[in-house]
Design a binder for this molecule. Sequence first.
Ligand SMILES: [Zn+2]
Length: 561
Amino acid sequence: MYWADELAASVEGPQVVNDSKTPSGTVHVGSLRGPVILDVITRALRDRGLPATLLYGVDDMDPMDAQALLTPDAVEREMGRPLAHVPDPAGDCHASYARHFAGVFIETFAGLGIHPDRYYWMSDIYPTGEIDPLIRTALDRAQVVRDVYRRVSKVERPEGWLPVHVVCPVCGKVGTTIATAWDGETVAFECRPDYVTWARGCGASGRIAPFGGAAKLPWNLEWAAQWSLFGVTIEPCGKDLATAGGSRDRSDALAREVFDREPPRNLAYEFLNIGGRKMSTSKGRGASAHKMAEVLSPEALRLLFLRPRPNQAIEFDPEGTDAIPRLFDELDRLAAAVAGRPYRGELPPDPERLFGYVLLPATLPAEAAAAYRPAFAHLALLAQIPGVDIAARVAEEKGAPLTIAEELTLAERLAAARAWLDAYAPESAVVRVRRDAPPPEATALGEDQRVFLGGLAIAAEKEGPHGGDAWQDLLFRVAGEAGLPAGRAFGAVYLAFLGRPNGPRAGWLLASLDREFVVGRLRAAAGWHHHVVDDVGTPDGPPASDGPPAGRQATSEEAKG
Ligand SMILES: [Zn+2]
C-alpha cells in the first residue's frame, strides 16, 4: 500500500494536518518535501472519506539570526528582531523580511497543486490574543517547562528563567531578552547586550504584560501551542528535528505535560540531497524552491518527492547529465503503465496510486495517462534546432492533433526544457548542429565507423524510424550487425552531427532532426555516396544542393569512383 494510504488507514475521525516554517532566508527546493507530503496525506485522508484540514504556518515572530542578507548597517539594528519586523531586503515588494521569503516560497505551492485550507502567520496570531491563555499556562507551569528541557534534551535553564521571550519595547528585539518573576499579570524583562552572540540587546529593563503580541513563546513551546490552538492531529517533520532528545521530542513532551494534550502523529521525513550535499535551508547553497519549480513541471517535481518513501533520502543532482530528463521519463513510464501501454525500464511500487498523487488535484488519472507525452530530452533537442515548428512536429509524431491538455503539457515541458538548458544542463546536452556540411572533426571517423554510418543511412531510409526510441533501437541493431561496439557507434553519430565524441542520447538527437537531413548527413560522413544530399538549410526545407560538401576529405570510396 502507498505510504500515505497506510497512514490514512491508521487514523479515525476528522484530521488536522499542519506544518510551519521559519522564513529565515531563501527557501531551498528540499523544503518542498514537507508541503508535498502534507498535501498527499490530506488527499489520502479525503479519499478515505475522513474530513481533513490542511494548515500551513509561518513562524515569523522568530528572531532574525542570519545576517547574510542584511546590509552591514542593518546588522546591528535588525539582528534579533522578529523576522516579521525586519524590512524586506529586496526593497519594498513585501511588508517584511518574513513576508518576502515565505511569500516567494508559498507562491510555489499553488503551481504544485498544494492548496492549504488556511495559512497562518504567527505575527498575526499573537496580537489577536488567541494564544494568550497558552502563554499564561506556560508561565504558570514554568517549572514543568524547565524540567522537560532538562529531562528530554539535557538543557539547563537558569532558576527563575521563564518560557517567554519579550519583544523589547525599546529596541524591538526578541532574541536578546530574558524574562523572570511572573506575578500572574506581568514579567520582569531585561534586554541584555550579551545574552546571545549573534545579536546585541539595548540594556532596557522593566515589567511588562507578555500578552497580545508583547512577547512570544520559545520555539518548542510555540510549536506545541500551535497544536493546541489548531487541534493538529498529524504533523510530519524533517528528520533533523525528529532525533532522540531533539526538537520534536521536546515539543511532544511540552504538549503532554504543559498543555495537557497528546501531540500529533509524526511522520519524520528525510532530506533531499542536491548533488550529494545535504541541503541547508539557511545557507545560500543548492537550488531554491522557486528556481527548481521553473525547470521541473509540477508533476515532475511532485514525483521527485513522492516516488521514495518519506524515510528515504533523495539524491538529486539537477546538473547531472540525466537527472532531470530521467525524472520526466519516469513520469511518462508511470503514465504508460496506468494506461496499459508498453514502456521501458522499471516502475516504482504502487504505480497507479503514485501517478494519481503526482497529478495536480483537478486532473483525472485516466485522461492524464492516455495523453500524448513528448519525451523531455526530445523537446530539449528540438528547442535547440533552429526553424522547427515544435508543436507541429509533436502532433506529427503523435499522429493526430494535440488536445488542449496535451498542448498545455507541451508548453509546460518546453518551458522546463528551455529553463533546464539555461540553468542546469551539462555541456553534453547542448547541441549545435552544423547544417551545411559534416563538421571538420568528422574526418577522424574510423573506417569501421564509416561503414556503420552508411549502413545506418540505408536502414533509416528503408524503415523510416519515428521518434527517439525507434532511432535508438535502429542504432543498436545496425551497430550489432556491423559488429561495432555501441560506444564506437554512438561516437560516430556524435562526430558526424556535432563534431565531438559525445552528446545527448543519440537516438533522440537523430529524431529531433528531419530524416532527409539525417540520411544525407550519414551518407556524407560515411563518404561512400557520390550524390550527397546534405545541405538542407532548414530542417523542414528542401535539399539545397546535392554536391559533395566542401571541406571534407575525399574517402577511399570516392577516390575509387
Ligand atoms: Zn532592547
